[in-house]
Design a binder for this molecule. Structure first.
Ligand SMILES: N[C@H](CCC[C@H](N)C(=O)O)C(=O)O
Length: 282
């Protein structure tokens, strides 16, 4: 089966065209576990399935390395946009992509005919606790204290279709991401688990971020996480509605438009290699 290895700021994915794969949907989850393994498989932070859609240009499904299927993935949708543009699966630079979180609208930005960046309308952030989803009384979760087995955290919860728990820190050197991450990811207050972002405010237009992803562990970047972090930073009066989010793998520009309440993410997407994999050998 053919695959394409891509990444968005080092958040890497194995991309497969549904129509050209011998996989059926019930195979996706267990195949993701095998292919994402960095020793026994190809290696990746996710398996991304892209294909023609009945209503929109294409659909995107993503599976975490633990086999779970999240609603949305920011770095992956930039990779998918580059993938479908370069393979002629779409004929315009403005693309419509169906996801479990609903339609999303990326735009590929060309330079000398090549895809330089992708700007994605990530839709409206979801702030109502029960829709994150998070247990507890109705309302927003902004700067709320949460007791865990690793101590007490002040959190802000935002969904971009997938759940995010943002914790602001003064320095990363004192943040054990691989210890605190899973404690928050699996906290019972998050019935669907959650992605976890540790954010350091550099100035009112710049935020640095480390991320522990639901079903994937620490990654070099998280697009939906960067969007959630900008929203959380604004809700906590720490930044404006536009910021550069600095991740281990690179930078994203995130804007939260006050007029339509949509969040926009702009960043790169890269193709590294293509290959063939015989699933019977995994
Ligand atoms: N692990 C995430 C999905 C991938 C999100 C991330 N890679 C991004 O770029 O948004 C989750 O379970 O919600």
């Amino acid at each position: 089966m053919r695959f394409t290895k891509m990444h968005g700021l080092g958040n890497d994915f194995i991309v497969i065209e549904a129509e050209k794969s011998e996989l059926s949907p019930e195979d996706y989850s267990r195949t993701a576990i095998k292919l994402c393994d960095r020793h026994f498989g190809i290696g990746g932070d996710g398996l991304v399935i892209v294909g023609k859609d009945r209503e929109l240009d294409v659909f995107m499904r993503i599976f975490n390395p633990d086999g779970s299927e999240p609603e949305m993935c920011g770095n992956a949708i930039r990779c998918v946009s580059k993938f479908v543009w370069e393979r002629g699966l779409v004929s315009t630079t403005r693309i419509s992509v169906n996801t479990l979180a609903g339609p999303r609208y990326p735009e590929v930005i060309l330079k000398n005919g090549e895809v330089e960046k992708v700007r994605v309308d990530m839709g409206e952030p979801i702030l109502e606790r029960s829709l994150i989803p998070m247990l507890g009384s109705p309302g927003k979760v902004v700067g709320e204290e949460l007791d865990t087995t690793a101590g007490r955290f002040r959190i802000t919860a935002v969904s971009m279709g997938n759940p995010h728990c943002v914790v602001f820190v003064d320095e990363f050197s004192s943040v054990p991401v691989s210890e605190w991450g899973p404690v928050l990811e699996n906290h019972p207050v998050f019935p669907s688990r959650t992605n976890v972002e540790f954010a350091k405010i550099e100035d009112e237009n710049t935020v640095s971020m480390r991320v522990w992803e639901r079903g994937a562990g620490e990654t070099l970047a998280c697009g939906t996480g960067a969007c959630a972090t900008l929203v959380a930073s604004y809700l906590n009066d720490l930044t404006g509605r536009r910021a550069t989010v600095r991740l281990k793998g690179g930078e994203l520009i995130i804007e939260w438009d006050p007029d339509n309440n949509h969040v926009y993410m702009t960043g790169e997407a890269k193709e590294v290699f293509t290959g063939e994999v015989d699933l019977r050998k995994l």
